[in-house]
Unconditional design. Structure first.
Length: 161
């Protein structure tokens, strides 16, 4: 069974477990946690093909900052104001995000139409590598519901810690 299939079967049963676990991780040392996060990130992403899933693109509207909006609008040959009006909204947290889910730039084969120009939030998702793991603990329990890789990183980390 693939890691994506395992995630689909197990994600509903572990939300509270992952939340408690990420709270426990706050007591761990940042550098040690980041090193383990990077190691598990590499391990899990060698087994998970994001193009088989694309759940992040179908479920989570990414934050789009001003730099992202400028870059994407230029790529699309649009004025920034036109891009903002057509593609962006402000969410309940006050963040500027894509206005639809699934993302309008997601193609049928799960590729991204603007991949080279995609928002920073998309490029950095799921925030489990680049020594960023400890800094984003608050996101991991939530992201495990949307991303099979995060789910498996947490599951493997729980076995080690």
């Amino acid at each position: 069974m693939s890691l994506i299939e395992q995630w689909k079967k197990g994600k509903a049963n572990v939300r509270k477990k992952h939340k408690k676990f990420t709270q426990k991780l706050k007591r761990e040392k940042g550098k040690k946690l980041n090193e383990l996060g990077d190691e598990l990130h590499e391990q899990v992403f060698s087994e998970v093909d994001c193009l088989e899933c694309a759940n992040c693109c179908t479920s989570i509207p990414p934050i789009v900052n001003k730099t992202d909006a400028t870059r994407i609008s230029k790529h699309l040959g649009m004025k920034l104001s036109e891009f903002q009006k057509e593609y962006l909204i402000q969410d309940e947290d006050g963040d500027t995000v894509m206005n639809t889910s699934p993302c309008r730039f997601l193609l049928e084969n799960n590729h991204c139409m603007i991949y080279e120009f995609r928002p920073k939030a998309c490029r950095e998702y799921p925030h489990t590598d680049a020594f960023e793991f400890a800094k984003n603990l608050h996101l991991h329990a939530v992201n495990a519901r949307y991303c099979p890789a995060v789910f498996h990183i947490l599951e493997r980390m729980a076995k080690v810690i």
